[in-house]
Design a protein around this ligand. Structure first.
Ligand SMILES: Cc1cc2nc3c(=O)[nH]c(=O)nc-3n(C[C@H](O)[C@H](O)[C@H](O)COP(=O)(O)O)c2cc1C
Length: 437
């Protein structure tokens, strides 16, 4: 039997998702302001109607100032600026749905693990096991300055700290045994102290006594997601993640990264089939192929060149303004941004990419575009899925919520008819969706 795809959508709690200038596209006007609950509730309902595995909320905690040393470009072009906190969206989206998984990003670099373990455990209870944590090590300098540091920790230290952070969270989530809640009304005994234990963690970065003062959700601990792209990033995901968000531009490059990741899972003693990689793709759907390509061209034209360069600078940890547009991207080095993403574009695009082209690609959603009629978009997704060797996709968007309504109404039924996507949810937790092939 053909395995079915996993599908999610990646969004940010702000006016700009993945396309620089998308807020100004004619069809962005939707009737609901992105700051209102109604906007997010509609998205959650729509995606649940489409039987999606999850909504995945990325995050950034600063107006990025890598480009020309100032936040001007981030503000001028709304480069994931503003970015409101994703966490408060989860209960709003959970309240109007019952199945879809809800993943939010939280950093391992600027808080203590107890805080994060507590918040996600509380959300796991409130959502009956639908919540996931995208654990990121935070690579932007402007973020580090907002949290009182002069510079970003070097990549190796960030990831070492992230490893320990997640380990502490897991220990806290496991600090309650089954049967810890006795609820014996006659004896007036609520809990069994022998089953709720301190963790007494003392490591290189953190100390935490425990136990967690949140009861475990009956459906299990929060799902851990990751978005590492470099070697070290993938190793982090291989240790901890149950689902991984990644970017590659060709099916072949996806297959290679997937195989590398599966080897890392085996090296960690984990079943390589137990973790899905979801690839970022940007669907652009039209009534005809020509209409879809015209839409893509409109998106491409809407991206201000400087905005694309500044967006890329933010994520790569470089200053795009100091390069000539014709410089090879490979000449740009970084330890503070995403080394993995930079290498992906510089080495795995299928040909050499210049700094100027990288800016445009970044401004247009930094992921492969799947463009055409609903049938053609489904064809391309199937093709990429087969070339990659499985798992699924996290969709990027170009206007909201319309592009998601289109996908759910037009593409999902085609994928379902072809046996490539679930007709119904089998389970009700995010973990169950991820293991439902
Ligand atoms: C596809 C993808 C999505 C990411 N999403 C986020 C995010 O929402 N918030 C964040 O702080 N970092 C995000 N990151 C950054 C990574 O978590 C990581 O800090 C960064 O990529 C540097 O590590 P690397 O060199 O392993 O890529 C993302 C990275 C990738 C590749």
């Amino acid at each position: 039997m053909t395995k079915r795809m996993h599908l999610g959508v990646v969004l940010v709690n702000g006016p700009t998702q993945h396309i620089v200038g998308e807020w100004s596209l004619p069809r962005q006007i939707t009737g609901h302001d992105w700051r209102s609950p109604a906007f997010w509730e509609d998205i959650a309902r729509t995606l649940e109607r489409g039987k999606f595995d999850m909504v995945f909320l990325g995050d950034t905690m600063a107006a990025n100032d890598n480009y020309a040393g100032s936040p001007d470009a981030a503000i001028k072009y709304s480069l994931q600026f503003p970015a409101h906190d994703p966490m408060p969206l989860l209960p709003y989206m959970a309240a109007v749905t019952s199945r879809i998984g809800l993943v939010a990003t939280a950093s391992t670099t600027y808080t203590h693990p107890y805080t994060t373990a507590r918040t996600f455990a509380t959300l796991a209870n409130l959502t009956s096991g639908r919540v996931g944590w995208n654990a990121v090590a935070s690579s932007h300098r402007a973020e580090s300055e907002n949290f009182g540091r002069d510079s970003v920790m070097p990549s190796a230290e960030r990831y070492d700290r992230a490893d320990e952070y997640v380990e502490v969270c897991k220990k806290l989530w496991e600090s309650w045994d089954r049967g810890a809640m006795v609820l014996d009304k006659e004896e007036r005994i609520w809990g069994d102290p022998t089953k709720i234990r301190p963790i007494n963690h003392e490591g290189r970065f953190f100390k935490s006594k425990g136990p967690l003062n949140v009861s475990p959700a009956p459906e299990g601990s929060p799902v851990i997601a990751g978005a590492g792209q470099s070697d070290r990033g993938l190793e982090f995901c291989a240790r901890h993640s149950e689902v991984v968000f990644a970017i590659q531009f060709t099916g072949d490059a996806m297959r290679r990264q997937r195989e590398k990741f599966r080897e890392k899972l085996v090296a960690q003693g984990r079943d390589p089939n137990s973790v899905s990689i979801l690839w970022g793709v940007l669907p652009i759907i039209g009534e005809t192929s020509e209409a879809a390509h015209a839409k893509e061209q409109m998106i491409f034209n809407s991206v201000p060149a400087e905005g694309g360069l500044a967006f890329m600078s933010a994520h790569f940890g470089i200053d795009g303004s100091i390069f000539e547009l014709d410089d090879p991207l490979e000449s740009a080095g970084t330890d503070t941004g995403s080394r993995g993403l930079l290498d992906t574009l510089a080495k795995n695009y299928g040909r050499a990419v210049t700094v100027g082209e990288a800016g445009k690609l970044y401004g247009c959603g930094i992921s492969p575009h799947v463009v055409g009629t609903a049938e053609q978009v489904a064809d391309q997704l199937e093709h990429l899925y087969d070339e990659a060797g499985g798992d699924g996709f996290l969709l990027m968007t170009h206007y909201l919520p319309g592009s998601l309504h289109e996908f759910v109404e037009l593409v999902i039924p085609v994928l379902q008819d072809r046996g490539r996507f679930r007709q119904e949810y089998k389970g009700s937790t995010l973990r169950e969706h991820l293991s439902d092939d």
